[in-house]
Design a protein. Structure first.
Length: 107
């Protein structure tokens, strides 16, 4: 049994929409959904199902960021356009060549 609760606004309409979403997205799975006053209860009959795996890997979201702590898009857009955020600069260089042994030299 899984219990899903929404933060801030758990009104019946939102819970019904979420239940409908699960029913449509996982239509081929064997499960039942019950709408309660504070969330959804989902009973899954197959622990090897995609839905069971999906729900087992959900995590509680972090608290929302205060908008004053977020840098405005117009300030960071030039950084993206400059190429300064290329993958080569973002990722640390490996200590060993990753391709060693995977690529054969030409004969």
């Amino acid at each position: 049994m899984f219990k899903i609760e929404l933060t801030n606004n758990s009104n019946k309409a939102r819970l019904e929409q979420l239940a409908d979403h699960f029913k449509a997205r996982f239509a081929e799975q064997d499960f039942s959904v019950a709408i309660e006053t504070d969330g959804l209860s989902i009973r899954i009959n197959d622990t090897d199902s995609v839905l069971y795996f999906y729900l087992s890997n959900l995590r509680t979201a972090r608290e929302r960021l205060d908008l004053s702590k977020v840098q405005p898009a117009h300030e960071i857009t030039p950084t993206f356009a400059s190429g300064a955020m290329s993958m080569a600069l973002c990722w640390p260089r490996p200590t060993k060549p990753w391709h060693k042994g995977l690529i054969s030299p030409a004969a």
